[in-house]
Design a protein around this ligand. Structure first.
Ligand code: ZN
Ligand code: ZN
Length: 370
């Protein structure tokens, strides 16, 4: 029997999290988040009991928070401690390296910087190992950077390959030893009459080797939580709410499994002048009544600081949009003119407008029939 399975018999993970056995995975997740927040060492400095509880809760969630593991756990519990597969004598007892304190989940809580995404999709216990966790980070970009794209580095605190053992899980200077239970094959053959079955070795999780001297830094998991830097290429034209997926830059895999993915959630800071419409930039430009009526050449700013002139034809109505090709970062600049109405008039202006009014004989409302 491995330590891992012993844990499963001895611990009631449902009770630890305070949920029923029929709780939905959503309920388990939110319950875990609540407990983990309360018990997190950062919120309880020097409180050894809280730290122990935090580990228990994390270990419990590591199992019943994962649909695959939960199904196995439920099965194991149903069989009871003297079930045929795990009865006395089964397995070799070399399994200390499998104990998992749920380090997977601690990163969830660190600094609020990142949230856990999907769980690893690997197959626990299979020889292929378990895929690392997906990780999500938030990234706020300046308007210009979002429009033009950039290469940047983000620092995140998350699961990473253990620096103590380089992810191998064994204490430096030691090596995993051959699993005695399966003689290094990773599977057991079972003969039942005419048929022969192979099942993965429970002692070594199908890997054929067991960690006898776990790395003290990661307790044999090969994974630790620490700050690390990831280079990200932001494509031109990203928008708030967009997710950029960096394949295999998430949490490291377990037991030879591939790393998870890193998802960067983008938030773009607004610009005081420019807006965005698809790939294009938008800009509202006030013009005078005279410019709208007589036509004019008007200077407008662009995002790169260079001003360009646009020609307003005579008789331009308020709200008309002009497209300036290639002047809006990766797209065009859409300039919408708005006829400005003066709030105060000088004497000359008033006389001029009054003269204009006098000279205006046709009502613009004639078509309304009034
Ligand atoms: Zn380590
Ligand atoms: Zn084995």
């Amino acid at each position: 029997m491995t330590e891992y399975e012993k844990e499963w018999f001895e611990k009631d993970y449902y009770a630890i999290l305070g949920v029923t056995e029929s709780a939905s995975s959503k309920d388990i997740k939110s319950r875990y988040r609540k407990l983990a927040r309360e018990l997190h060492p950062d919120s309880n400095p020097g409180d050894g009991r809280a730290e122990e509880q935090f580990k228990e809760v994390s270990a419990a969630y590591d199992v019943i928070g994962d649909d695959d593991k939960r199904a196995k756990y439920d099965e194991v519990r149903k069989m009871g401690p003297i079930g045929p597969m795990f009865g006395p004598g089964a397995g070799s007892g070399h399994g200390t390296g499998h104990f998992n304190v749920g380090m997977d989940d601690i990163g969830d809580l660190l600094g609020g910087l990142f949230n856990r995404g999907g769980r690893g999709r690997g197959q626990p216990g299979s020889a292929r190992g378990q895929r690392g966790n997906d990780i999500e980070v938030d990234l706020t970009l300046g308007f210009d950077d979002a429009v033009n794209g950039l290469e940047t580095a983000i620092t995140l605190t998350s699961e990473a390959t253990c620096s103590g053992c380089d992810g191998r899980g064994s204490a430096p200077g030691t090596a995993p030893s051959k699993c005695e239970s399966c003689d290094g094959r990773g599977v057991h053959d079972e003969n039942q009459g005419l048929f022969s079955f192979s099942r993965p070795c429970q002692s070594c999780g199908g890997r054929g080797s067991v960690i006898t001297s776990p790395c003290t830094n990661c307790r044999g998991s090969g994974v630790e939580v620490r700050p690390r830097e990831v280079k990200v290429r932001i494509p031109a034209g990203v928008k708030t709410g967009q997710k950029i997926r960096l394949k295999q830059r998430g949490g490291p895999g377990h037991g030879g499994g591939p790393p998870g993915d890193l998802f960067v959630h983008v938030t773009v800071e607004p610009h005081e002048m420019f807006g965005r419409s698809g790939r294009d930039l938008t800009l509202e430009v006030p013009i005078t009544f005279a410019e709208a009526t007589l036509g004019a050449k008007v200077k407008v700013p662009t995002l790169n600081g260079e001003a360009v002139k646009i020609r307003i034809p005579p008789g331009t109505v308020s709200g008309k949009t002009f497209r300036l090709k290639g002047k809006g970062g990766a797209g065009d600049l859409l300039v919408t003119v708005a006829v400005a109405v003066p709030q105060e008039l000088s004497k000359e202006q008033r006389q001029a407008v009054e003269a204009f009014a006098k000279a205006t004989t046709e009502s613009p409302r004639a078509h309304l029939g009034l």
